[in-house]
Design a binder for this molecule. Structure first.
Ligand code: GAP
Length: 448
């Protein structure tokens, strides 16, 4: 099979209503995207699978939906205002800005090392050797709260969903009467003023994260860290159908880890532009709770009911971007195949996350009795699966291709025989095999 190209994914995403450039009619805005009708279904399915696996199927992980804007003191205490930085270089000739580590082709963000690596580098925009020395640049997105736009009104759009899970530690623990270990999970938007958003939805300025903070006794950190690494791997491979051969581990070096992490392992996915970070597992130790205790003066320690123990819990974090998972899933599923001398584009999505589950086709749209029967089948399936598509346009082969391209696992055709013997043709996306089944047995043939 040929390698998947990013332009194929971008073109399919646009053509079939998965992802659009935001404010496209005004030329778009770098780092912002809109999810279309099929995209929102796919993204919702990924979020639902993650929420089920993390929250619903566990006994001790609780959900949260916090505000995007918090008291700015939260982000001062978390170290983001001072330390959420990426290295950048400016071009003195053309004014372009570039991520220094990307330009140097390294994962390191160490300024000394980057200065060395970029010494003779030319600006990729104008080709001149006129780059400044690398320096740090803060990625927090700022706004003002209230009518006066001065320093005292500055607030930040959260750069990660994690922060409010720490400040709500006590609220959740007390209201749920939770004992260690327990977790808090949330799915939501985060904002980063990325220097160079790129690679479609891979690196954006408005992103959505699925994050879980697991509060533990410090002694358990090694085991729990390994458990959550395994969880991420299993989720990707067993729950949403990503092929293991597209995944690898990457352990962060000392000069690469975020300011809060004592250890970090990423799962890399083989994206069309290279092996890149998809999902991070971090040991955040007592960094966040400890800093919030200091900055707020509030007691965020854990004490057991008997009053024997009192300490600041450690935290193991599991963090993944919805958009990155979306792009990984599309890349993993994208196939071009030769069938009967024709090329078909097919998204081999796990049926659980496919945006459309079944498509229903009346063989001909100008035969009222066929259309009537097909509508009955459509209504029946819609009641059961929700995401069912109706298509009465063009020949059946073309209709199959349209569904293959968006990953619909099954197509059902109603023809003249249906009127005689109450059977329909059900066709599988992956095998392209067609089978004749009784309408009453249809659901048994649909395996989602
Ligand atoms: N709370 C930890 C945290 O935010 P991170 O490694 O900065 O850690 C976690 O981000 C995940 O969020 C990444 O693994 C990636 O999936 C996603 N992510 C981060 N920055 C992103 C961006 N600019 N665009 C899209 N996704 C991003």
């Amino acid at each position: 099979m040929k390698d998947v190209k990013l332009e194929d994914i971008v073109s399919l995403a646009k053509r079939r209503g998965f992802v659009f450039q935001s404010s496209e009619i005004y030329g778009g805005l770098a780092g912002f995207y809109d999810y279309g009708p099929l995209g929102v279904e796919l993204a919702n399915n990924l979020k639902r699978e993650w929420w089920d696996a993390v929250v619903k199927e566990s006994e001790n992980i609780y959900g949260l939906d916090s505000a995007i804007i918090q008291n700015p003191k939260l982000w001062e205490a978390s170290g983001h205002v001072a330390g959420f930085n990426d290295p950048l270089v400016d071009c003195k000739n053309c004014g372009a800005r570039h991520r220094a580590d990307h330009l140097a082709g390294t994962d390191s963000t160490d300024i000394k090392e980057l200065t060395k690596l970029l010494k003779d580098k030319a600006c990729p925009t104008c080709g001149k050797k006129t780059l400044t020395e690398p320096r740090y640049y803060n990625m927090m997105m700022k706004t003002w709260v209230g009518p006066v736009e001065d320093e005292s009104a500055v607030a930040y759009l959260r750069p990660e969903t994690a922060g409010p899970m720490f400040t709500n530690f006590k609220n959740v623990q007390e209201t749920m009467r939770a004992k260690l270990p327990f977790g808090i999970a949330q799915i939501g938007k985060a904002f980063r003023n990325e220097i160079s958003p790129r690679d479609f939805i891979f690196r954006v300025r408005e992103l959505e994260q699925m994050e879980m903070q697991y509060f533990i006794r410090p002694d358990d950190q090694k085991k729990v860290y390994e458990d959550w690494r395994q969880f991420a791997w299993d989720f990707l491979t067993k729950r949403i159908g990503i092929d293991e051969k597209n995944l690898s581990w990457h352990e962060h070096g000392n000069d690469e880890r975020a300011h809060y992490a004592a250890a970090a392992h990423d799962i890399y996915f083989k994206f069309p532009f290279g092996d890149k970070e998809l999902w991070g597992t971090h040991n955040r130790t007592d960094f966040d709770l400890g800093n919030h205790i200091k900055a707020s003066g509030k007691d965020l320690q854990y004490g057991d009911e008997e009053g024997k123990e009192r300490f600041t819990p450690y935290v193991i974090e599991s963090s993944v971007g919805v958009g990155r998972m979306f792009l990984a899933v599309l890349t993993n599923a994208y196939h071009e195949e030769e069938i009967n001398g024709e090329t078909r584009v097919v998204l081999k999505l796990d049926p659980r996350i496919a945006p459309v589950k079944v498509a229903v086709f009346p063989l001909l749209k100008n035969k009222p009795e066929l259309v009537k029967k097909a509508r009955e089948v459509y209504e029946m399936l819609k009641k059961e699966y929700g995401n069912v598509m109706w298509d009465d346009n063009g020949n059946i082969g073309k209709r199959y291709r349209r569904q293959d391209e968006i990953g619909t696992p099954y197509c059902v055709t109603i023809d003249f025989d249906t009127l005689e013997d109450v059977t329909v043709t059900i066709r599988s996306r992956d095998t392209t095999k067609q089978e004749r089944v009784k309408i009453e047995k249809l659901q048994a043939s649909i395996k989602l």
